[in-house]
Design a protein around this ligand. Structure first.
Ligand SMILES: [Zn+2]
Length: 125
């Protein structure tokens, strides 16, 4: 476990989590599957298995993807005249791809933030 006086900044721990890396050392992987975090870092042995991000990553992903897609959609739809089937196919595919890209990053960011603040993410903690 990391000592308190060496504790990383909130931003750095969150950024490391966002990158899918251990918030403590920045070297080990944070996930062993798409959204399944590791129990313990392979490099520094810091424990992450007790941290629960719950709905936070989904909320952050919706926030990020929504702010990317909606302005783009409004601009593109104003200047194009493509059929509805093409527009709905394109926009829904774009949203799914962006969600798949940002959801694990958002979860990593939440795990990094929760770890840095010494929380667990659980209601009873
Ligand atoms: Zn580590």
């Amino acid at each position: 476990m990391l000592q308190q006086n060496n504790r990383l900044s909130f931003v750095r721990a969150t950024a490391r989590g966002f990158a899918g890396r251990c918030p403590n050392c920045g070297k080990g992987k944070l996930f062993r599957a798409f959204l399944k975090p590791i129990e313990q870092c392979a490099c520094c042995s810091e424990a992450f298995g007790h941290i629960r991000a719950d709905d936070g990553p989904a909320w952050l992903t919706i926030l990020i993807v929504g702010h990317m897609v909606v302005p783009l959609l409004l601009v593109v739809e104003r200047h194009t005249d493509w059929p509805e089937w093409a527009a709905s196919s394109f926009w829904s595919t774009l949203v799914v791809v962006l969600v798949l890209v940002f959801l694990p990053r958002s979860k990593g960011a939440f795990i990094g933030a929760i770890w840095q603040t010494r929380g667990t993410g659980a209601d009873d903690a």
